[in-house]
Design a protein. Structure first.
Length: 86
C-alpha cells in the first residue's frame, strides 16, 4: 500500500485487481474502512503510527484489510457481503 492509493476519492478497479492478498479468518490484524472524505495525509499518518506501534509489539508488519483495496468498488453491492462484521 502506498500513500497515493489513499489520495483519490474515486473507485480504482486496478487496486482491487493487483494489491489484495488472500487471507483467512484470524490472519488479519486490522480492518480499515476508507472514507472518501478523509484527508489523505492524516489517514496515511494514522496508518503509519499504527504500523510502527504494531511492529514494536509483534515484530512484524501488520496485515490490514482495507475496503478500498479488498472490495471491488465498481461492484460494491455484490461485494458488501464480504465485509467482516461480527
Amino acid at each position: 500500500l502506498k500513500r497515493e492509493h489513499l489520495a483519490t476519492s474515486t473507485p480504482d478497479p486496478a487496486l482491487h485487481s493487483t494489491l489484495p492478498q488472500r487471507a483467512v479468518l484470524g490472519e488479519v490484524d486490522a480492518f480499515v474502512s476508507h472514507s472518501w472524505m478523509d484527508d489523505e495525509a492524516s489517514k496515511w499518518a494514522a496508518l503509519q503510527r499504527f504500523r510502527e506501534a504494531f511492529k514494536v509489539v509483534h515484530g512484524r508488519e501488520p496485515t490490514v484489510w482495507l475496503d478500498k483495496i479488498c472490495l471491488d468498488q465498481s461492484d460494491i453491492a455484490r461485494n458488501l457481503g464480504c465485509l467482516p462484521v461480527y
